[in-house]
Write a protein that binds this ligand. Sequence first.
Ligand code: F6P
Length: 544
Amino acid sequence: MSKTSLRDCPAWRALETHSRAVSGLHLRQLFAEDRARGEHLAVEAAGIYLDYSKNRVTRETLGLLVRLAEASGLHDRIEAMFGGDRINVTEDRAALHVALRAPRDAVIEHEGRNVVPEVHGVLDRMADFAERLRDGRWKGHTGKRIRTVVNIGIGGSDLGPAMAYEALSHYSDRAIAFRFVSNVDGTDLAEALRDLDPAETLFIVSSKTFTTQETMTNAQSARAWLLAGLQGAEAAVARHFVAVSTNAEAVAGFGIDRDNRFGFWDWVGGRYSLDSAIGLSTMIAIGPENFRALLDGFRQMDEHFRSAPFARNLPVLMGLLALWYCDFLGVQTIAVLPYEQYLKRFPAYLQQLTMESNGKHVTLDGTTVDYDTGPIYWGEPGTNGQHSFYQLIHQGTRLVPCDFIAFARPLNPLGRHHDMLLANVFAQAEALAFGKTEEQVRGEGTPDRLVPHRVFEGNRPSNMLLLDELTPEALGKLVALYEHSVFTQGAIWRIDSFDQWGVELGKVLARRILPELDCAGEPELGHDSSTNALIRRYRATRGA
Ligand code: F6P
């Protein structure tokens, strides 16, 4: 595609024209014109009910968006992903995470080889290890049982496992504690280890490349802590460290037994890896059977994504709606608001998935885009957000579409808590969409001077994702839903959703600055005047 071809595409142009008409419509009007809109613009698939009726769209908008998806070749892009094509063009790799959740008898080829047997081979080894750890057959160096598992990783090697552990802690073995260390800030590791007994602690060093500075530094410090606590017994490393990585050589170099490495493949992107061996901590926590249920949830959403018509396809619809707001209604951010305490890390997880994937400024062929890509995703669990930032969403000057996520059945039934929680999520979506008119405010006897303050414009869009219960299977569906929604957006924008070159420059500069911080004297600093001054000030304050 040439530089302007996406904007020149008739479907894009039609959406541009159409957006001018729609931007003047209010959701009150749209609901008044179609009394059953709330039922018409809702779709249920793979156990997820998506109500997208409170979006600023008409049927024509949806038709045009689907036309854009078709004109952009989304069908072919989906087939290319499932077929193992090297769709990550800048790294010349496939993005075949769908193979991680394929059933044992499936055939998914990569470079002419069926990868499914290898995937299940690793899953079986993980299951064996998880069972031995859970039932106490796996012992530490001194013969004690493992009581705490510490996952050391960052980015996709942390956010997925940390989110999934929190999300599924209802199903976890409470005899084992789990901690997640990611930040190179020593406080992260120090606080994680301060009350632990090395003899009862197992570290999982999770790193696809096994070269990431933060992870390697934390792993070396954890190793030193372990040896200090176990009288320097080098042999202890084999009982207290396992690795999850594609880099067998570096794992061996660290001193981790080759039998204790759980591998995966370069066709698994970091942010798409929670269902690979990177999920080892999750499997230990919830057990292999629950982990397989998680994978099954992913698989059900994969099948839906691949086979459902776009107009009834959950990830496609959600991707198209995000794109509609981002490119046609000037939206900058999307809030993800789970009304489920166990999903408190879900927004953080989604930030990497969405923004590392689609925060791109050039198309696959390197042409600078002339439309917006990757909106900013953020969020907090409800109801906490209601008492914090929802004010801006309700009455501020910016349009912030929201994804609400709720479950019909609570995992911890307690009095009327769950009814209250759900009453709140439904109420928020209603208030955002319909607001409160000046007439209504006056009708309540509000003094004149307060009327403008108490008016809610409404017309603030949201999606409502309603599931039955937060099970491992449900979590798998939810994650795959967002993975494929991100894919849909990236395919239409013609960007590479699977690379992340934007993280490189900072890494390179940090490597250059690190030795400069050590210099006791005042050797020449070759940065800009701001960076030079900061380094000097740090040296002076820290002391030699
Ligand atoms: O810094 C970006 C990144 O490459 C992420 O994409 C990745 O999830 C993370 O670093 C960690 O990488 P690794 O698993 O190789 O340590």
